[in-house]
Design a protein around this ligand. Structure first.
Ligand SMILES: Nc1ncnc2c1ncn2[C@@H]1O[C@H](COP(=O)(O)OP(=O)(O)O)[C@@H](O)[C@H]1O
Ligand SMILES: [Mg+2]
Length: 361
């Protein structure tokens, strides 16, 4: 998909900006504090219903204003349609429309408007806790499998019920009544996550080779959240029953799933430098975008905040070359324009200064 128009109102220091991005690489260049990251935050907000820099009510809305507004128009690959969406978010309430129709759940925006974002917190994909990695896998599944969301919801609902019973000190029999539902939905969720990671592995190998050949082969290792190789989820829940009742929550299952990236040129457990972690996380993100493109016939928009930081010139160039070779629309922020971009025919440069944006012709 390709964004053709983006309007942001009252987002941090941006009173009102309007961009008409190019189909390929778009660079947002300007000094610190100009509003570059805020522009990507606007894109991210429309795609995810939240910011990557904390809650909407914690400063996303421009000081003195009631709400932030984001409006976008985009077209799908191969003339498969044009769409528009708008979101007004006031922190504790929001309203949104897609093609003029009111939206009931923010997930509808997420389904329509696909953006993958790399921001400073994205390092967590390789170095943080399991939560961002589960979210990463589920984002991919949500976008490529239409019937994934009901499975995910079914599992989440059953987990919530079982946890509520555990917390209230319910007896073993009452708890076990939920195990069946949890196990059925959980096995299905896990089956899909495992297949997804297998597929992602195929995409990751060429991306990693292009971005960070010195890190060697990158392998994704799935941890389903219980000892799946010797136990069904139903059995694992039964085994954990007493402990779960003592602790007051469910200790095994897909809500504890995780995956990790193993690099052939690194010892297990050896810490990566910030730059290496960034390359590894970027590789995962691009593999996911490529998978989305293959499965749906449409690339998500790729937004990279401060690409240059932590990367040396050669690796920066590798990333740009990789992106240039994909049909994806890309937004990159930075304080300087990369030297080589001048020669890229499709690159569009926007200057951002004190909350204002101008396109360099
Ligand atoms: N709620 C707000 N209202 C007004 N200005 C804000 C608000 N929140 C942050 N800012 C300011 O917005 C500016 C833009 O920040 P940012 O987008 O991070 O800049 P950049 O990425 O270009 O360095 C900063 O100067 C920041 O102080
Ligand atoms: Mg910034």
């Amino acid at each position: 998909m390709r964004l053709t128009r983006l309007v942001l109102r009252d987002l941090r220091n941006l009173a009102e900006v309007e961009l008409h991005p190019g189909p390929g690489l778009n660079l947002l260049v300007g000094p610190n504090g100009a509003g570059k990251t805020s522009i990507l935050e606007g894109l991210h907000l429309l795609a995810y219903g939240r910011s990557f820099r904390g809650r909407v009510r914690d400063g996303l809305v421009r000081t003195g204003q009631d709400a932030v507004n984001v409006f976008a128009e985009w077209e799908l690959e191969g003339g498969r349609g044009e769409h528009r969406a708008g979101l007004r978010h006031a922190g504790n309430h929001w309203e949104a429309r897609i093609d003029g129709t009111p939206v009931a759940h923010l997930g509808e925006l997420c389904a329509a408007f696909m953006v993958v974002t790399f921001e400073p917190g994205s390092h967590a994909l390789v170095s943080g806790g399991g939560e961002p990695r589960r979210r990463f896998v589920d984002w991919g599944l949500f976008h490529v499998e239409q019937d994934f969301l009901p499975v995910w919801r079914r599992y989440s609902r059953a987990l919530k019920q079982r946890n509520a019973l555990l917390k209230s000190g319910a007896g073993a029999g009452q708890i076990a009544a939920w195990d069946r539902e949890l196990a059925t939905a959980g096995e299905e969720l896990t089956r899909r996550r495992a297949l997804y990671l297998d597929r992602l592995q195929e995409r990751l190998t060429p991306v990693a080779g292009a971005l960070a050949p010195l890190l060697g082969r990158m392998s994704l290792e799935f941890d389903p959240g219980w000892r799946r190789s010797d136990l069904s989820l139903a059995d694992a829940l039964a085994v954990a029953g007493d402990r779960d009742r003592m602790l007051g929550h469910t200790t095994v299952g897909p809500h504890r799933a995780d995956w990790k990236l193993v690099l052939s040129e690194k010892e297990r457990g050896e810490a990566l430098s910030r730059g290496q972690a960034k390359l590894a996380a970027l590789s995962c993100l691009f593999a996911q975008a490529a998978d989305c493109a293959d499965e749906r016939g449409d690339w998500p928009v790729i937004a990279l905040d401060d690409l240059a930081s932590e990367l040396d010139a050669a690796h920066r160039q590798r990333v740009l070359d990789y992106l240039d070779a994909t049909p994806a629309q890309v937004f990159i922020t930075g304080t300087d324009e990369p030297e080589t971009v001048r020669s890229t025919a499709t690159a569009v440069v926007f200057h951002v200064e004190q909350g204002r944006v101008s396109r360099r012709e």
